[in-house]
Ligand binder design. Structure first.
Ligand code: ZN
Length: 389
């Protein structure tokens, strides 16, 4: 039964591969930043609509969020495929979300073609602004994930790893305000907001000595003064604070906030600290989904590696989803080994035929996992048990 369905999935995926490649290439050539992914959403929803899915756009208060749903009229479980499609500022699709978008839709379409409408509900959830805006978090809060039994997606990488730890992440915007004055004639009348920012960076470097190996504190100065002959009145800093769990990130965040206050006190400036986007939770891979995924990847001829015990990687808002429902976010090799994420090398790699071929494998594997979630009651129970323990 499942062997026949697996080959029906493969046939359907092969049939949809050309359109998936076209869309993946189009997204790569037309990168759009988070919350502005209009072209991507238009292309993806048109494809899903052609395949029989019912589309709703503008969900959860975000114009570029969508759901596409098929099947499940007579209840049954729900599997959701997550489609990310935002690009990086200045670097286009250097994170390969063009492959995620086309791959998740291809998985959903192939699964539907193979099993039809009666086994349960198949969803694609279009999730904007993964690179910082937290579209999935807002969709979770708006109830879009309610009733979803499993959430599936894959991410491209330079190797294939099914369960890789992803760090919880918090974004901070820090604004120091001082007093402007002529830098040569009246420096005594001024107070430098830039000096406060400099002290904050020193404080963060001093903190690092005492942090766990998974802690990450990265900052940039986005505005540090208007003219060299004026004591800087305002200085804006953006920081990202990451740790292995959300609780640990929030603890570290409290220390960071105190350092911001201290830098202001030392420089007789003022500071306001804001968190402009939702916190990203760490990612918990469902072990039952992960085990089956390894089997399917091996069957497809891929070598699956294990993450190093202390491996820290990036962050994703799929982490928030993974704390709420059974989730799998495997990494599939789409680029030569050693290719860094968020690099020009990755940007080039994810447009190559080899990456497209990996996307096809990923889509087939995710569709097979969706088949198991919808049709195999014992598997689904195991998955839920593993989630609850
Ligand atoms: Zn990414």
């Amino acid at each position: 039964m499942s062997g026949q369905l697996s080959s029906a999935i493969a046939t359907a995926a092969d049939a949809g591969y050309e359109r998936a490649q076209d869309i993946s290439r189009f997204l790569h050539e037309n990168p759009e930043l988070g919350f502005h992914e209009e072209k991507a959403v238009a292309m993806l929803t048109e494809w899903l609509s052609d395949a029989g899915f019912t589309i709703e756009t503008g969900i959860a208060g975000m114009p570029t969020a969508f759901t596409a749903i098929v099947g499940g009229e007579s209840a049954g479980p729900t599997v959701a495929y997550l489609a990310e499609y935002d690009a990086l500022a200045g670097l286009g699709h250097g994170c390969g979300h063009n492959l995620i978008a086309a791959g998740s839709c291809l998985a959903a379409i192939s699964l539907h073609e193979a099993i039809g409408d009666s086994a349960g509900r198949i969803m694609v959830i279009g999730t904007p602004a993964e690179e910082g805006g937290g579209g999935k978090v807002m969709e979770l809060e708006a109830g879009i994930f309610d009733g979803v039994d499993a959430a599936l997606m894959f991410h491209g990488a330079d190797r294939t790893i099914v369960s890789r730890p992803m760090l919880a992440s918090m974004r901070y915007e820090v604004l120091f305000r001082g007093t402007a004055a002529h830098a040569a004639k009246n420096p005594d009348a001024g107070r430098s907001a830039l000096s406060a920012a400099q002290l904050l960076f020193h404080a963060v470097d001093a903190m690092r000595t005492h942090l766990s190996s998974s802690a990450r504190l990265n900052g940039i100065i986005t505005s540090g003064g208007q003219a060299v002959n004026i004591i800087p009145e305002r200085c804006e800093v953006v920081f990202q604070v990451r740790e292995h769990t959300l609780d640990a990130a929030r603890q570290l965040g409290l220390w960071f906030e105190k350092s911001c206050q201290a830098a202001a006190i030392m420089t007789q400036t003022t500071v306001s600290v804001t968190r402009p986007s939702p916190d990203y939770a760490h990612l918990v891979s469902n072990p039952v989904l992960a085990g089956r995924c390894v089997d399917y990847l091996n069957e497809a001829g891929l070598t699956v590696e294990s993450a190093a015990p202390d491996e820290a990687t990036a962050s994703t808002d799929a982490g928030n989803v993974s704390l709420r429902i059974p989730t799998l976010h495997p990494f599939i090799q789409v680029a030569p080994r050693g290719t860094a994420s968020h690099s020009t090398a990755m940007l080039e790699a994810v447009a190559q035929p080899a990456a497209q071929a990996a996307m096809l494998v990923g889509a087939k594997v995710l569709a097979q996992l969706g088949m198991d979630v919808l049709l195999d009651d014992a598997f689904r129970r195991e998955m839920v048990d593993a989630f609850l323990t």
